[in-house]
Design a binder for this molecule. Structure first.
Ligand code: SF4
Length: 407
């Protein structure tokens, strides 16, 4: 064997060991698109349909899903096993915070496990009543120059078109907006916002979000999108929606047909765990992709959900398989009622360090900490720079080997 082949095989063995480590770990991570979790979902779905006296056709209808969201303890305890303490806690938290879960999303839960990730992201927990944290840590209320706008950057802004969502996430970073009733933006506020965009010609990128804009009717949503698109200096429209995760039935051929008229349209969503990647989510992503909508994922780093490098790696690899590019990994903000989901900031950097080299660059999102007072996103990167002298700089590789690069 020549020396080159010998060295190549030696390296190949090292790389094989890294790869094998992930294959071993991923066996234990729940993934919604494969058994046994797919079979569990089908069982849960049948149970919920029976409780609601509904059909498969109902299940696939997003309006039925919205009308039949689960938000009562009486119904929830028929679907999940709840202890007396769980029930007492849910009732107590309900007095302060609203909760609603689509039948589809609840069907992804493990009914017997109180620590199940779907349950933690959707069922109220007593930790939400902790007093610490603030309602609006990034000062969105102070970045509202007109109507329903949040503006933090020179060339882009956000339109908050509704405070409603298909399911109310327990970790929601805009929790202050989820009041006791759903409120879509008033026509006068939309008019005022559109006029502001028209008058500020540096604005080229408009993000339509909420809440979740896909809970609006096709007509209402199209009216807003078409008016934004008609402004000559608007180059692109982005939509922020978690319905791909909590209500993928919302992505209908009719919705996609309407979106197609206003390209370029980008959709940012929020898958937080591989259990959320299901055949329904895949179908929704395929429809959007076929309609030319590019999709990105904005994961929120959450304690006990995805603060694990193997979970994030599997999530991001599976997302790429359904055409969603991992875009951001957000550090959870200091939002009142959600602090039990917070990790140390460093955890996100450790996860990025693991991803680098172990998986393709396309599966590596940017890790973001949001600055207080609306001062914008701060990208957080592991440091690969070691030192510098007159002739060279010393850098660290993904395997933590130091290498010298000549200047
Ligand atoms: S979908 Fe988004 S805005 Fe709505 S509750 Fe979940 S995280 Fe909050």
């Amino acid at each position: 064997m020549d020396e080159n082949r010998r060295l190549s095989l030696q390296r190949s063995n090292e790389l094989h060991a890294y790869g094998q480590d992930f294959l071993d770990k991923k066996k234990d991570i729940p993934l919604g698109i494969a058994d046994p979790y797919l079979a569990r979902y089908e069982t849960m779905k049948a149970k919920i349909l029976k409780e609601l006296g509904a059909s498969e056709e109902n299940w696939n209808d997003w309006k039925w899903q919205m009308q039949n969201r689960i938000g009562s303890l009486e119904l929830l305890e028929k679907i999940l096993t709840l202890s007396d303490e769980d029930k007492k806690d849910i009732a107590t938290v309900s007095e302060k915070y609203r909760w609603l879960i689509t039948p589809y999303y609840l069907a992804l839960a493990d009914p017997e496990n109180p620590a199940d990730v779907i349950r933690r992201m959707s069922v109220p927990c007593i930790d939400e009543l902790a007093e610490s944290g603030i309602a609006d840590p990034t000062g969105e209320e102070h970045t509202n120059p007109a109507g329903i706008i949040t503006r933090r950057y020179p060339d882009r802004l956000i339109l908050n078109v509704t405070n409603s969502c298909s399911s109310f996430c327990r970790h929601c970073q805009r929790r202050r907006n989820i009041r006791q009733a759903d409120t879509d933006a008033l026509a006068s506020k939309i008019d005022e916002s559109i006029e502001y965009i028209r008058q500020n010609t540096e604005l080229r990128d408009i993000l339509i979000t909420g809440g979740d804009p896909f809970v609006l009717s096709d007509d209402f949503l199209e009216d807003i999108i078409s008016r934004v698109r008609a402004i000559p200096h608007v180059e692109m429209i982005r939509i922020g929606s978690r319905t791909l995760v909590t209500l993928p039935q919302r992505i209908t051929p009719e919705l996609v047909r309407r979106l197609k008229k206003y390209h370029p349209i980008y959709l940012n969503t929020q898958f937080n765990h591989p259990i959320e990647i299901t055949p329904e989510a895949k179908r929704a992503c395929e429809l959007l992709r076929d309609g030319g909508v590019s999709m990105g994922n904005q994961m929120v780093l959450l304690k006990g959900i995805n603060d694990d490098e193997y979970v994030v790696r599997l999530l991001n690899q599976e997302l790429l398989k359904i055409g969603v590019r991992p875009y951001y990994m957000f550090y959870a903000k200091n939002v009142i009622g959600t602090l039990h989901f917070r990790t140390p900031i460093r955890r996100g950097m450790e996860i990025l360090e693991y991803l680098q080299g172990n998986t393709s660059g396309m599966a590596i999102p940017q890790y973001i900490v949001s600055a207080p007072d609306g001062l914008g996103k701060i990208p957080m990167n592991p440091n690969y720079f070691v030192r510098e002298d007159d002739e060279s700089i010393t850098l660290r590789t993904w395997e933590k080997r130091e290498v010298k690069v000549k200047k």
